[in-house]
Design a binder for this molecule. Structure first.
Ligand code: NAD
Ligand code: TDX
Length: 350
């Protein structure tokens, strides 16, 4: 039995995590605290919002008074901390927004939990969801393990690294019962179309250019989002207090190979002649400080807790494209309004 404060549940990964926990654990009470920034969307949760063990609260994780009030009201026994500013390109334009939410917000949550739990840590969990980007950039060889030294290189990854350090500082200094995981790139339904895969799906549907930064040779390790949520479930329930677990897909793709695979599958699904969508590929100016390669060694998670990815990439990406094709209204809704301004500022001037 848990009463859980889940932050950022209206975002991409948070909505999958909320859905998994609310459905799988009817005895748990899940309170989703989300500020509903451009990335938060309650449409992501319409299938579970009526369930009796789910409550939504609109609010900011930097609001310590609100956090104190919520801890008292709901007597939380656990925190699943997913809320963040998450897009590298936006962090290059507006780094302070990332420091505020990712560093100050995480520290405020830690403080509120520490005050409310007041040293009575039996059965309590503060789970911090983080990224592989904190480890920096790999060359052509090697993998990130849990012991790889931190070397963040973008304002986004530096803010996530800072938040990881604060979580570990609360463990060592105050014995806060923390767990952390660092995951590779996720993909799947409800992914906001500022990120590579949903952006390209959106642009292929609309016959718009597919912007590839630099030469498209950067490598990412892609994991289906539901597999990430399953890994968090396993670590939440079976992982050791004070430990970090890397989560990855064993699934490395250069950006250009990935986009060509998207084009191939979408031509087939849209009944377009083979090669039609590839013509939309457009090389644009590289991202500043663009990390070359991320790749996760998830051996610890497999050996200690038995988790492995369940989906092969070709199957996962096919499911993802189908979801976007069947949910054009979701895509149209999130790409109207402010999205247009973002898109123009990010791409038109390149
Ligand atoms: P997202 O941008 O889709 O969602 C973030 C959510 O947090 C949104 O619902 C937003 O409204 C909310 N939020 C933002 N600022 C807030 C604030 N101050 N207070 C309350 N809520 C706020 O992000 P995502 O891609 O789902 O990532 C979720 C977490 O997983 C992040 O911590 C991210 O660093 C981590 N992560 C993401 C990936 C990935 O590939 N997307 C990979 C590894 C780790
Ligand atoms: O238009 C684009 N063109 C392009 O070539 C975009 C948006 C991206 N790219 C490249 C940059 C990266 O090499 O594609 C790759 C993937 O880019 P993103 O989807 O922006 O993801 P990335 O920068 O790798 O970071 C993601 O993974 C780790 C998430 O956004 C983070 O939240 C997560 O922590």
């Amino acid at each position: 039995m848990h009463s859980i404060l889940l932050t950022g549940g209206a975002g991409f990964i948070g909505s999958h995590l909320t859905r998994l926990f609310v459905n799988k654990y009817p005895n748990y009470k899940i309170v989703n605290l989300d500020k509903l920034t451009y990335a938060g969307n309650l449409e992501n949760l319409t299938d579970i919002e009526h369930l009796p063990n789910y409550t939504f609260v609109k609010g900011d994780i930097t609001d310590l008074e609100l956090l104190r009030k919520l801890f008292k009201e709901h007597q939380f026994t656990a925190v699943l901390h997913c809320a963040a500013e998450s897009h590298v390109d936006r962090s290059i334009t507006d780094p302070l927004a990332f420091v505020t939410t990712n560093v100050l917000g995480t520290s405020s949550l830690l403080l509120a939990a520490k005050e409310y739990w007041a040293g009575k840590y039996e059965g309590k969990i503060f789970y911090h969801i983080s990224t592989d980007e904190v480890y920096g950039s790999l060359g052509e060889e090697g993998f990130f393990t849990e012991d790889t030294a931190y070397d963040p290189r973008s304002p986004y990854s530096a803010s996530k690294a800072s938040s990881d350090h604060m979580v570990r500082a609360f463990y060592h200094t105050y014995q806060m019962p923390v767990k952390l995981s660092n995951c590779s790139n996720n993909y799947g339904p409800y992914h906001f179309p500022e990120k590579l895969i949903p952006l390209c799906i959106h642009n292929i549907i609309n016959n718009k250019p597919l912007p590839i930064y630099g030469k498209g040779e950067n490598v990412r390790d892609w994991l289906f989002v539901e597999d990430h949520a399953r890994a968090i479930d396993v670590i939440f329930h079976k992982g050791k207090i004070g430990e970090t677990y890397n989560i990855g897909g064993h699934n490395e793709w250069t950006n250009i190979a990935l986009v060509k695979e998207l084009c191939r599958q979408m031509d087939e699904k849209l009944g377009r002649e083979e090669g039609t969508s590839e013509k939309l590929i457009t090389y644009v100016k590289d991202r500043a400080g663009h990390d070359l390669r991320y790749a996760i060694d998830a051996t610890k998670l497999k050996d200690e807790l038995g988790w492995m990815p369940s989906l092969q990439f070709e199957e996962g990406i096919s499911k993802t494209i189908d979801w976007y094709l069947q949910n054009k209204k979701w895509l149209d809704d999130v790409t109207s309004g402010n999205y247009q301004k973002y898109y123009e500022a990010q791409y038109e001037k390149r």
